[in-house]
Design a protein around this ligand. Sequence first.
Ligand code: A3P
Length: 283
Amino acid sequence: MSNPSEAELIHRFKGISFTTRSSPELLKSLDSFDAREDDVLLVSYPKSGTHWLAGVITKLYNTQVILTSPIEFGDISKLEELNKLSSKRIIPTHLDYNMLPPNFKNKKCKMIYISRNPKDTAVSMYHYYRDNPNLPTIDTWTAFFDLFLKGDVVCGSWFDHFLSWEEHANDKNILFLFYEDMKKDLPKIVKQISLFLGLNVSDNDIQDICRKSSFSEMKSDTEKENNDPSHTVCALTSNRKLIFRKGAVGDWKNHFTPKQNRRFEEIFNEKMKLSKMAKSLTY
Ligand code: A3P
């Protein structure tokens, strides 16, 4: 049996590609979502470390929260289902700032945005596309590279996503994080997250959370959890092996040709010329 065609897997909403797992009706009704003041949003462009951050946050709360699937994944009944949850909700999303349900903004819900060097993000997304039957077939890295630069991938352009959130990086209810900083000094970032969330967590607990959140620990949990769909934040796969791939900084160097790197840098410099935070991204 051949793979589903791109048209069967992808549709566009407000110019951005979504998979058919995000129904147009759901996307249209996001604006009416009734947020709660204590909701916490976990925001990312795909492949930026969403699962890692989700693991840290749920451990910080010590299971007193419900981690939902991304708000934009599902059909029209999704918002109703979220409404029915009685516990505090940790809600992931890959939406850019402009598409976020306005109620989250009006109620000043806490939001944690995680970003990652877009070159590594592109490579991670390439592998994810290649091995995921719920995404269009990608023949080569070169083909994917072009699509990524054009923003013609699920969740749209990395550049637009980052810029839409960077504009709000200094809002009091938003914490802006980088994957590379988590790799460099996880305890420091976990402490920062706990303070932002107003949680009182001992240094011992922070050490323990960091130990349990290492790539090797999280990857080995994968095998134990036996592909249970409820164990992935991502609604496009229940296969955690697709999520915990390599967990490294700088894997782009194994994929980019020198020419691709020059082209990427050119586009990056042009698109990010007004960005203050882009410089923090590791190159
Ligand atoms: P790679 O494909 O480069 O390995 P997301 O959760 O947003 O889908 O991001 C997935 C990326 O985060 C993958 O990158 C994955 O390996 C990495 N990742 C997941 N858990 C990690 C951890 N505990 N430490 C470091 N990287 C992690």
